[in-house]
Design a protein around this ligand. Structure first.
Ligand code: SAM
Length: 249
């Protein structure tokens, strides 16, 4: 079974948040095992302190290396062998976490350890000591790594074999390079019943039953949205000359 370890100062909050929806069902069906490790349990301080002031001065506090390394190593040892997990540290200054990162992690036979930062971050020696990758979920600063860990775990778990049923399947989606229509770009708009709502109609082509026409319309919509909202993804979306001319009209 795929194992995810999360090292955090808020194990109960992370556990609660991951009891719902697709991840919660995957846990119940034993497609993934999630283990929470309370960082304070690994402090050697009588007051369970895990942070200290930064060397070189500056505001805020930094998570100390010893408890973080001890917690992550304990989580890894608790796996009792098998292929080593990928270890991620949440960090605003990390490499951007993308859909392809989630795909790689979901394929990794050793599963995943996520270490959540807090305060001004984690002592920089932790990443090399653990062989960890620092990942950011976007260009903004959160107050703690727990929200980022939830994002990472959700994005990975939904890609594990057997987790998604057909109606939620992870094929034709935004950012999926392997998808026939989106090809790494943004997904086309979706509609469901009723056909008319407050004067707005579902596009006629979606009711036509002509699968070729629907696929062409969706590809065009995907390209238009990508051009409008995320133009930097267009190259990845594999635009033909003809399509480029079409969307730029
Ligand atoms: N001083 C850090 C900086 O400027 O890069 C920000 C620290 S932030 C207040 C506290 C913690 O929240 C970080 O250690 C990290 O774990 C998490 N965090 C904040 N923004 C994040 C982001 N965009 N992606 C992932 N984790 C983030």
């Amino acid at each position: 079974m795929y194992v995810v370890d999360v090292v955090t100062l808020s194990p109960e909050a992370v556990d609660r948040a991951l009891q719902e929806g697709v991840v919660g069902r995957a846990r119940q069906r034993q497609l993934v095992r999630l283990r929470l490790w309370d960082l304070r349990e690994f402090s050697r301080d009588p007051h369970r302190k895990v942070d200290d002031a930064p060397f070189g001065s500056g505001r805020g506090m930094v998570l100390m290396a010893p408890p973080v390394v001890a917690a992550a190593e304990h989580a890894i040892e608790a796996r009792q062998g098998g292929p080593p997990p990928r270890v991620l540290i949440t960090a605003a200054n990390g490499r951007l976490f993308r859909q392809e990162t989630a795909r790689e992690l979901a394929r990794h036979p050793g599963g995943l350890v996520v270490v959540c930062g807090r305060y001004e971050g984690i002592d920089a020696r932790v990443a090399p000591l653990l062989g960890a990758e620092e990942v950011s979920i976007g260009d903004y600063v959160l107050s703690g790594g727990e929200a980022a860990a939830l994002v990472v775990v959700d994005a990975v778990v939904r890609l594990l074999p057997g987790v998604l049923g057909d109606p939620e399947s992870a094929g034709e989606e935004s950012f999926e390079r392997g998808a026939a229509l989106t090809r790494g770009g943004l997904e086309f708009p979706q509609y469901t019943r009723p056909r008319r709502f407050r004067g707005l109609e579902v596009p006629e082509v979606l009711l036509s039953g002509d699968h070729g026409a629907i696929a062409r319309w969706r590809r065009l919509q995907s390209l238009r949205l990508t051009l409008e909202r995320r133009p930097e993804l267009l190259d990845a979306a594999g635009l033909s000359q003809e399509e480029r001319a079409l969307v730029e009209q």
